[in-house]
Design a protein around this ligand. Sequence first.
Ligand code: FE2
Length: 244
Amino acid sequence: MISSDEVGTRLRVSGIIKNLDCTEIIPETILDLWHTNDAGEYDNVGYNLRRKIKSNIAGFYNFETILPGKYLNGSTYRPSHIHIKVTTPGFPPFTTQLYFEGDTSIANDAAASITTGDYDATHRIVSLVNNDGILEGTWDVVIDGDGILGTDDLHITNGIIYDVSPNPFTDKITINYGVFKSARTSIEIYNVQGQLVANIENKQLVANKYTAVWNPQKEMASGLYFCVLKINDLQVYYSKILKK
Ligand SMILES: [Fe+2]
């Protein structure tokens, strides 16, 4: 997030983005980051120290910046913090803040000091280690989103569903997916009993991004379904979709 002449203590944050029960990783999640400079000022003109990054295909993200400076909020300083808006493909975004362990301003901050309920900040206070002058911390994210099993299990190097929308859907759903090598590719819909409901695409494709549109039959029951990407008959990815 910074050029080499940015004043301040170097800070590196990394983590993995997973679904709620941590059984799946979530690639392609956008982290929109913004914070103050070393002097505690936001740049509202040149928008320095603001950046969007994305988790990679293994659900991993990292960014390097400086430790944000503190600014006065009324008569007390807000702790050093990074604002983060997290957007998972196909799901509503949420906006939150990260703090850093040992910050003496946390205890008196209305947001950072909360330790129970929906706004519990406990797991957003990142501990830092000094690695050769760079402070390093880990912040893993769990989010209500669809992911993929580990790369060991599911050959995600072959393809991925980037986005399904709208979700929930009624009479039409658009599926954006990528194929990473030439292969016979199919997009299929399954119900929760595991029965095939529809075969939307089944064709030989070269490596590229593709879009499939599906118009389900009106009489199709509402509820949960699975949109599955198969490469050479191997399931490499799925997304949960909800029919209204
Ligand atoms: Fe702020």
